[in-house]
Design a protein around this ligand. Structure first.
Ligand SMILES: [Zn+2]
Length: 333
């Protein structure tokens, strides 16, 4: 059954199944770290509401194999819309998938996405007003809901307040605290928990089988598949640069060319370093060395903030690694 594929979220999926069988809230807010299955759960919920299999429906679940379930999974079901950065990039590209260089240009457009914009919200709210083609449930999912510009959030408000019959809005966020109170007050919250390390490793192997060390990436993932995948890339970069005195500069030079990508990679490196130093600090028994590690941790936190601002990612990474050099941190074990 479909909901069983949402791992480690028993409380959330139990609530969703119960809703399918009973009362479906007009608007819900799935909160919890990124990479723990919120998007997956929202899509499984959409399937469960529209599944054609009688037996699955009796349990508030989806079969996963009927025509409706399959077309929802493939993003072809007109009544289920997932508005994420990819959806927005497609809208902004204003080109057809058959056009020349479509995939390449879409990737560039996707890399630029930082916030859900008002035009995207207008696009999906217009869709929410159209009559359903099959008469089932219409499900509108807004990813990264905390990133909505104020104008976008305001444009969404009245639609989540009074949706047409058999319409449900699901907002996904990993930063509930940054959302407008007016939006929060209209949504039924549903909390998603971090995943176990084993689950993260298992999912990393599934979605990125080329990952060299899924178990190590899962340790750095802290319950999030997204974070584990980012850590895997960061570890790869740290490991592939030639070791020795020039290591910090070599890592810095290997960062991606575009500023947005370089900044993301630098943040992932900082996260890896912070966790590794923290682990060493917990184990360390010598007071002087503990103090030293604590100071390094403080510095790393500052570098991480600096990367988020306009400081050069390469320069920050190089400086951070030079600091680390003095204290023999085990990054790859
Ligand atoms: Zn089905």
């Amino acid at each position: 059954m479909s909901f069983s594929e949402v791992l480690d979220q028993a409380a959330a999926t139990a609530y969703l199944k119960k809703s399918v069988l009973g009362h479906v809230p007009q608007a819900m807010l799935f909160c919890g770290p990124s990479g723990v299955g919120k998007k997956k759960a929202a899509l499984e919920f959409a399937k469960a509401l529209n599944c054609q299999d009688f037996i699955a429906r009796q349990e508030g679940d989806a079969c996963g194999v009927c025509e409706h379930c399959r077309s929802i999974a493939a993003g072809r079901y007109a009544d289920v819309v997932l508005a994420d950065f990819l959806y927005q990039a497609r809208l902004e590209l204003k080109k057809e998938p058959n056009d020349k260089n479509y995939e390449e240009e879409l990737e560039k457009e996707l890399a630029k996405q930082q916030r859900i914009k008002v035009d995207t919200i207008r696009d999906i709210t217009a869709k929410s007003q159209q009559k359903s083609a099959v008469g089932g449930w219409k499900v509108f999912i807004v990813d990264e809901a905390q990133s909505m510009q104020a104008e976008a959030a305001n444009a969404l408000l009245k639609f989540i307040e009074e949706p047409p019959q058999k319409t449900v809005w699901i907002l996904l966020t990993d930063k509930k605290a940054s959302m407008l109170k007016t939006i929060l007050s209209r949504c039924q919250p549903l909390q998603f928990a971090p995943l176990t390390q084993n689950t993260v490793a298992q999912l990393v192997e599934q979605v990125a089988p080329e990952t060299e060390n899924a178990a190590l990436a899962a340790q750095y993932g802290q319950g999030s598949v997204t974070r584990a995948l980012r850590s895997a890339e960061a570890l790869d970069l740290l490991q592939s640069a030639p070791q020795g005195p020039a290591w910090p500069a070599a890592v810095a030079a290997a960062l991606p060319r575009t500023v947005v990508a370089a900044r993301q990679q630098a943040q992932a490196i900082m996260d890896v370093l912070i966790l590794a130093v923290h682990k060493a600090w917990v184990k360390e028994e010598t007071p002087a060395q503990r103090q030293n590690l604590q100071q390094i941790l403080k510095k790393l936190e500052n570098y991480k903030t600096a990367v988020l601002r306009n400081v050069s990612p390469a320069l920050t990474v190089e400086t951070a690694l030079m600091n680390l050099d003095k204290c023999q941190i085990e990054l790859f074990g």
